[in-house]
Design a binder for this molecule. Structure first.
Ligand code: RB5
Length: 149
Protein backbone atom coordinates (compact mmCIF):
# COMPACT_ATOMS: atom_id res chain seq x y z
CA UNK A 1 0.00 0.00 0.00
CA UNK A 2 1.24 3.48 -0.90
CA UNK A 3 -0.13 6.70 0.56
CA UNK A 4 0.33 10.39 -0.07
CA UNK A 5 0.63 12.84 2.78
CA UNK A 6 0.25 16.62 2.85
CA UNK A 7 -0.51 19.44 5.24
CA UNK A 8 -0.53 23.19 5.49
CA UNK A 9 1.23 25.21 8.19
CA UNK A 10 -1.67 24.56 10.57
CA UNK A 11 -0.92 20.84 10.73
CA UNK A 12 2.82 20.56 10.22
CA UNK A 13 3.37 18.84 13.58
CA UNK A 14 0.52 16.40 12.96
CA UNK A 15 2.00 15.46 9.58
CA UNK A 16 5.41 14.81 11.13
CA UNK A 17 3.84 12.64 13.82
CA UNK A 18 1.81 10.65 11.26
CA UNK A 19 4.97 10.14 9.19
CA UNK A 20 6.62 8.55 12.22
CA UNK A 21 3.58 6.34 12.71
CA UNK A 22 3.58 5.23 9.05
CA UNK A 23 7.29 4.46 9.28
CA UNK A 24 6.74 2.34 12.40
CA UNK A 25 4.00 0.47 10.56
CA UNK A 26 6.16 0.02 7.45
CA UNK A 27 3.67 1.84 5.24
CA UNK A 28 5.16 3.47 2.13
CA UNK A 29 4.32 7.17 1.79
CA UNK A 30 5.32 10.28 -0.12
CA UNK A 31 5.32 13.62 1.69
CA UNK A 32 4.01 16.40 -0.59
CA UNK A 33 4.68 19.15 1.97
CA UNK A 34 4.49 21.64 3.37
CA UNK A 35 7.83 21.31 5.07
CA UNK A 36 7.70 24.01 7.78
CA UNK A 37 5.27 26.11 9.80
CA UNK A 38 5.58 29.01 7.36
CA UNK A 39 2.16 30.13 6.12
CA UNK A 40 1.07 28.48 2.85
CA UNK A 41 -2.10 28.10 0.78
CA UNK A 42 -3.66 24.74 1.65
CA UNK A 43 -5.42 24.02 -1.71
CA UNK A 44 -2.02 23.58 -3.39
CA UNK A 45 -1.05 20.86 -0.92
CA UNK A 46 -4.45 19.20 -1.05
CA UNK A 47 -4.15 19.01 -4.83
CA UNK A 48 -0.55 17.74 -4.72
CA UNK A 49 -1.52 14.81 -2.48
CA UNK A 50 -4.91 14.09 -4.05
CA UNK A 51 -4.01 14.06 -7.75
CA UNK A 52 -1.67 11.03 -7.57
CA UNK A 53 -4.45 9.13 -5.75
CA UNK A 54 -6.98 10.07 -8.44
CA UNK A 55 -4.44 9.00 -11.08
CA UNK A 56 -4.06 5.59 -9.43
CA UNK A 57 -0.39 6.11 -8.56
CA UNK A 58 -1.14 5.91 -4.83
CA UNK A 59 -3.87 4.04 -2.95
CA UNK A 60 -4.84 6.64 -0.37
CA UNK A 61 -4.12 10.18 0.76
CA UNK A 62 -3.82 11.68 4.22
CA UNK A 63 -4.24 15.44 4.20
CA UNK A 64 -4.16 17.75 7.15
CA UNK A 65 -4.83 21.36 8.07
CA UNK A 66 -5.99 23.19 11.18
CA UNK A 67 -9.53 21.84 10.88
CA UNK A 68 -9.35 19.30 8.05
CA UNK A 69 -12.14 21.22 6.31
CA UNK A 70 -10.33 23.35 3.73
CA UNK A 71 -8.13 20.44 2.66
CA UNK A 72 -11.20 18.24 2.16
CA UNK A 73 -13.02 20.86 0.11
CA UNK A 74 -10.02 21.35 -2.18
CA UNK A 75 -9.31 17.62 -2.55
CA UNK A 76 -12.92 16.88 -3.42
CA UNK A 77 -12.60 19.17 -6.47
CA UNK A 78 -10.26 16.60 -8.03
CA UNK A 79 -12.23 14.09 -10.14
CA UNK A 80 -12.12 10.66 -8.58
CA UNK A 81 -11.33 11.89 -5.09
CA UNK A 82 -13.60 11.04 -2.20
CA UNK A 83 -12.13 12.93 0.73
CA UNK A 84 -13.69 12.76 4.18
CA UNK A 85 -12.99 14.73 7.34
CA UNK A 86 -12.72 12.23 10.17
CA UNK A 87 -12.87 13.15 13.81
CA UNK A 88 -13.63 9.81 15.41
CA UNK A 89 -13.25 6.08 14.87
CA UNK A 90 -16.77 5.58 13.53
CA UNK A 91 -16.31 8.15 10.76
CA UNK A 92 -12.96 6.67 9.72
CA UNK A 93 -14.55 3.23 9.44
CA UNK A 94 -17.83 4.24 7.81
CA UNK A 95 -16.35 6.51 5.17
CA UNK A 96 -14.33 3.53 3.93
CA UNK A 97 -17.19 1.03 4.20
CA UNK A 98 -19.94 3.19 2.67
CA UNK A 99 -18.24 5.97 0.67
CA UNK A 100 -15.09 4.16 -0.48
CA UNK A 101 -13.23 7.30 0.62
CA UNK A 102 -9.72 7.46 -0.77
CA UNK A 103 -8.51 10.48 1.20
CA UNK A 104 -8.76 11.06 4.93
CA UNK A 105 -8.67 14.64 6.18
CA UNK A 106 -7.97 15.63 9.76
CA UNK A 107 -7.44 18.83 11.71
CA UNK A 108 -4.54 19.38 14.04
CA UNK A 109 -6.77 21.57 16.23
CA UNK A 110 -9.41 18.83 16.31
CA UNK A 111 -7.72 15.47 16.87
CA UNK A 112 -4.81 14.50 19.12
CA UNK A 113 -1.78 12.81 17.56
CA UNK A 114 -2.82 9.54 19.21
CA UNK A 115 -6.34 9.72 17.82
CA UNK A 116 -5.04 10.69 14.37
CA UNK A 117 -2.83 7.59 14.31
CA UNK A 118 -5.78 5.44 15.30
CA UNK A 119 -7.99 6.97 12.58
CA UNK A 120 -5.25 6.42 9.99
CA UNK A 121 -4.99 2.76 11.02
CA UNK A 122 -8.76 2.26 10.78
CA UNK A 123 -9.02 4.11 7.48
CA UNK A 124 -6.18 2.19 5.84
CA UNK A 125 -7.38 -1.22 7.03
CA UNK A 126 -11.12 -1.00 6.39
CA UNK A 127 -12.52 -2.37 3.13
CA UNK A 128 -15.34 -0.85 1.06
CA UNK A 129 -18.62 -2.75 1.54
CA UNK A 130 -19.57 -2.45 -2.15
CA UNK A 131 -23.08 -3.62 -3.08
CA UNK A 132 -25.65 -0.82 -2.90
CA UNK A 133 -22.88 1.55 -1.82
CA UNK A 134 -21.09 1.01 -5.14
CA UNK A 135 -24.17 2.27 -7.00
CA UNK A 136 -24.25 5.40 -4.84
CA UNK A 137 -20.54 6.08 -5.17
CA UNK A 138 -20.87 5.64 -8.96
CA UNK A 139 -23.33 8.54 -8.90
CA UNK A 140 -20.52 10.83 -7.72
CA UNK A 141 -18.87 10.22 -11.08
CA UNK A 142 -22.06 11.23 -12.91
CA UNK A 143 -22.10 14.48 -10.92
CA UNK A 144 -18.44 15.06 -11.85
CA UNK A 145 -19.35 14.60 -15.52
CA UNK A 146 -22.09 17.21 -15.17
CA UNK A 147 -24.85 14.69 -15.72
CA UNK A 148 -28.22 15.08 -14.01
CA UNK A 149 -28.92 12.25 -11.59
C1 RB5 B 1 -5.09 28.11 7.97
O1 RB5 B 1 -5.12 29.27 8.69
C2 RB5 B 1 -6.41 27.38 8.07
O2 RB5 B 1 -7.39 28.13 7.44
C3 RB5 B 1 -6.26 26.02 7.47
O3 RB5 B 1 -5.30 25.31 8.17
C4 RB5 B 1 -7.50 25.13 7.42
O4 RB5 B 1 -8.00 24.87 8.68
C5 RB5 B 1 -8.53 25.51 6.45
O5 RB5 B 1 -9.60 24.92 6.38
Amino acid sequence: MKVTLACDHGAFELKESIKKHLEEKGIEYKDFGCYSKESVDYPKYAYAAAKPVADGEYDYGIILCTTGLGMSMAANKVNGIRAAVCTNEMLAEMTRRHNNANVICMGQAVVSQELANKLVDIFLSTEFDGGRHQRRVDLFTEIEKGNAI
